[in-house]
Write a protein that binds this ligand. Structure first.
Ligand code: FE2
Length: 147
């Protein structure tokens, strides 16, 4: 998919905002790339590579971490077959968006599992997009409906 990519940190702008990068705070760092990311819905047959890279998203409607306010969890694992996390080949980060607006980023190292979670406020609604970056195989997007 075509996309706007930060030249400094690799963040992808899904909402088209290019004034500054919400991850590395550089001003106007974006360039358009033809093959910025791959999406789960464009994959016709899932082979081993797709199963290792498409973010698997599990939504937990009632998380107990914030008992009075309530929260909705989105747990992301890369992927359906667990992606390697070695110094040579690993998932470098997972970015979260709600209705294409940036809401959070988790930087990962080979010392952890290829997974992250975000705690959305109770009542959050919309489409949650998740993009993971593999240092060798690029960016992969998946999305689910929340609320
Ligand atoms: Fe990979």
């Amino acid at each position: 998919m075509k996309g706007l990519v930060c030249k400094v940190c690799g963040y992808i702008s899904l909402d088209g905002k290019t004034d500054c990068c919400p991850v590395c705070c550089q001003e106007k760092p974006f360039e358009e790339k033809e093959d910025a990311y791959k999406t789960a819905d464009t994959v016709v047959t899932k082979g081993e590579s797709e199963k290792k890279h498409i973010p698997a998203i599990v939504v937990i409607d009632k998380c107990g971490l914030i008992p009075n306010e309530g929260c909705i969890d989105a747990h992301v694992k890369v992927g359906e077959i667990l992606h390697p996390m070695t110094p040579e080949h690993s998932i470098t980060g997972i970015t979260f968006y709600l209705d294409k607006k940036f809401i959070g980023y988790m930087q990962l190292t080979p010392g952890v599992n290829p997974a992250a979670a975000i705690h959305l406020k109770a009542g959050a609604k919309g489409k949650l997009q998740v993009i993971e970056n593999c240092n060798l195989h690029g960016n992969w997007l998946n999305e689910v409906e929340i609320g």
